[in-house]
Write a protein that binds this ligand. Structure first.
Ligand code: GLU
Ligand code: ASP
Length: 499
């Protein structure tokens, strides 16, 4: 009966009405997240006299990346809490509330302390919210409902809609709504306040519509934890927290408790966690021989995804710096801000996704997942190699270059993202051993986390003086790994197909 109801509901573009609730929840949540990120880098390193925190630029860039890594790392915990304790509906709501308070913290004039509180709230909040909204989208459809993939594409559109509007709206608020309220300066706090409002609208919409249109299943956990099971979990969690606190204390004792060292530790955790999962799956007695082969075949795909996200996620760090320092910020009489460039990624994604879906429907022989990952990597690599050209042609000391370099680069990397994203999740599900189904799904987000954790280390080498080498080396790495993946794609596919 429940399944029948699911499949009968066509109220939102032929999809269940609940999809609209989740669509707009994510639109507003991503509006707040990407709006905040569009100005956060500049808020951190701009001089105090310009409304910033006056941090060192290299540290600010590194924080941007490690922050992004943490946001996807925490999803592992969020998925678990929903499955075992709160159910997805409440977990998402709590997450949204934390996120809103995270933005509110930054909207108050409390400097670096507020930044730290905000990062903590948004990391935990997004971990609670994001993976669970995605799984609720999946749950709108019965198992064999063929609309599910299309449902995810529509949902991805919602994500990118929020991500596209925010880099206009939030910098506009921060610059005084075009009214010169702040005398040509930025008031970043006003921008962060708008991000908080965004999350507030999302929460209101989610609560009111959710009650009407979301299934009651999400109100309880799928696999509720018993008291006996809970105790070791609490114990282990406390042990991890204590271990982390001890490490920090030791670092403090040796006068090594610096932002950079903390970032390095998080980098190690973000890279170590997927390695740990892979070893666990390859060694587990619950995993069959064939499944182990599949896990092994998934490893090159995972590594490719990490490299892809290294390039894609650097858009809000490296390309943002390029926009601020090396790009002409007007076209004729039309002036824009460096933060506005962040709109290009989601705009291209929204334009290219329908085109991609159309082509996908038309071609007879679909390329294998390994081929898709390879293509994505080559596009990403080219997007970086492309960014080496302005420096090569005009030199890096000659001043600013045309904004079309960035436009072209984002176009290329988004060709990659529309190739990778839709297959990424389903292939991860396909390679997952039965006993590790849910953990394996968080693996997909761990690829992004690991990529951003690597960025937290390598963005330190980026500056106008090194840009040509930086873009060329990483770009070449993307293209070469993509080509190597093509060579092994037959083998990988053969293993994936074995029953
Ligand atoms: N850019 C996408 C978003 O914000 C997600 C990136 C990913 O799939 O890891 O939702
Ligand atoms: N394209 C990214 C995500 O899908 C959004 C962004 O990075 O702005 O969805």
């Amino acid at each position: 009966m429940a399944n029948n109801q699911k499949s009968l509901d066509t109220a939102f573009f032929g999809h269940p009405r609940g999809l609209s609730t989740l669509f707009f929840t994510e639109t507003w949540e991503r509006f707040s997240y990407y709006g905040m990120r569009a100005i956060l880098l500049f808020y951190m390193y701009f001089a105090v006299t310009k409304g910033g925190l006056g941090m060192d630029q290299v540290t600010a860039a590194s924080i941007m990346s490690i922050y992004g890594a943490l946001v996807y790392l925490s999803g592992v915990v969020g998925g678990w809490l929903a499955d075992r304790i709160w159910g997805s509906r409440k977990t998402v709501f709590y997450g949204g509330v934390l996120i809103m308070f995270g933005h509110i913290a930054l909207s108050l004039p409390f400097g670096k302390q507020a930044l730290l509180v905000s990062i903590a709230l948004i990391v935990i909040g997004t971990g609670l919210l994001k993976p669970n909204v995605s799984s609720m989208v999946g749950n709108l459809y019965s198992e064999n409902d063929r609309r599910r993939d299309a449902g995810f594409s529509i949902y991805l559109f919602g994500i990118n809609l929020g991500a596209a509007i925010a880099p206009w709206a939030v910098p506009w608020a921060a610059s005084g709504f075009g009214l010169n309220l702040f005398h040509g300066q930025m008031n970043f706090h006003v921008g962060f306040a708008l991000a908080a409002f965004g999350m507030f609208f999302g929460l209101v919409q989610y609560s009111i519509d959710g009650r009407k249109f979301l299934s009651k299943d999400g109100l309880t956990p799928d696999d509720p934890i018993s008291h006996e099971q809970l105790r070791p979990v609490i114990f282990r969690t406390l042990a991890v927290v204590a271990g982390f606190a001890i490490i920090l204390l030791i670092m403090a004792a040796f006068d090594q408790l610096t932002i950079n060292n903390v970032i390095t530790i998080i980098t190690i955790i973000a890279i170590g966690l997927p390695v740990y999962y892979f070893v666990l799956m390859l060694k587990s007695k619950k995993v069959t021989k064939v499944e182990k082969k599949r896990v092994a075949a998934y490893i090159p795909l995972f590594l490719s995804a990490v490299i892809f996200w290294i390039i894609q996620e650097s858009g809000s760090v490296v390309l943002a710096l390029f926009a601020e320092e090396r790009t002409i910020l007007h076209l004729g009489a039309w002036h824009f801000a460096a933060a506005n460039f962040q709109t290009l990624n989601p705009i291209f994604m929204m334009m290219l996704t329908p085109l991609f879906a159309y082509l996908w429907d038309r071609i007879k022989h679909h390329p294998s997942a390994a081929h898709m990952f390879a293509a994505a990597l080559v596009f990403a690599g080219l997007s970086y190699a492309f960014m080496a050209l302005p420096g090569l042609i005009h030199g890096t000391t000659a001043g600013r270059v045309s904004p079309f370099w960035l436009v072209g680069s984002w176009f290329l990397v988004e060709l990659g993202e529309v190739t990778l994203s839709p297959v990424g999740l389903s292939i991860t599900a396909g390679f997952a051993p039965k006993a590790f189904k849910s953990q394996m799904m968080s693996m997909y987000f761990l690829a992004n986390a690991a990529g951003q954790a690597v960025n937290a280390q390598i963005v330190k080498f980026y500056s106008s003086a090194t840009e040509v080498q930086y873009f060329l080396i990483i770009g070449a790495l993307g293209v070469i790994v993509g080509l190597v993946l093509v060579i092994f794609s037959k083998k990988i596919q053969a293993i994936a197909d074995t029953e």
